[in-house]
Design a protein around this ligand. Structure first.
Ligand SMILES: [Mg+2]
Length: 125
């Protein structure tokens, strides 16, 4: 039903590969970045949703989100967090995120979460 363009931002190649393969299989158009700098460079691709890792070298998720929000105040962002990142998750929430998922996550549940966030975004924008 949707052909969503999802920007996957994670420094772990295994996560990028897993999500890319799954979303492609579902008919979506994944775009990948290994850090925040690469993600910001890919914004002209106009992703529908961004899946953003918090801990990354070069530019982490918080810095990425802070920069992104200056130009894209309402673009849906879902942060992917690991155990023990409560402080940074709160920082992310204050910058504006649609949701958070804990690693390891279920890709099927993640996909339906992305769909409902996208639909919500379409209705309010
Ligand atoms: Mg990471």
């Amino acid at each position: 039903m949707f052909e969503l363009k999802v920007l996957i931002v994670d420094d772990q190649s295994g996560i990028r590969r897993l999500l890319t393969e799954y979303f492609k299989h579902e008919g979506w158009r994944p775009v990948v970045a290994a850090n925040g700098r690469e993600a910001l460079d890919l914004l002209p691709e106009n992703p529908d949703v961004i899946l953003l890792d918090i801990k990354m070298p070069i530019m982490d998720g918080i810095e990425t989100l802070r920069t992104l929000r200056r130009t894209h105040p309402s673009l849906p962002v879902i942060v992917m967090t690991a155990y023990g990142e409560l402080d940074v998750v709160q920082q992310a929430e204050s910058l504006g995120i649609s949701a958070k998922v804990h690693k390891p996550f279920d890709v099927v549940a993640l996909k339906s979460m992305i769909e409902s966030i996208h639909l919500q975004h379409l209705h309010v924008s």
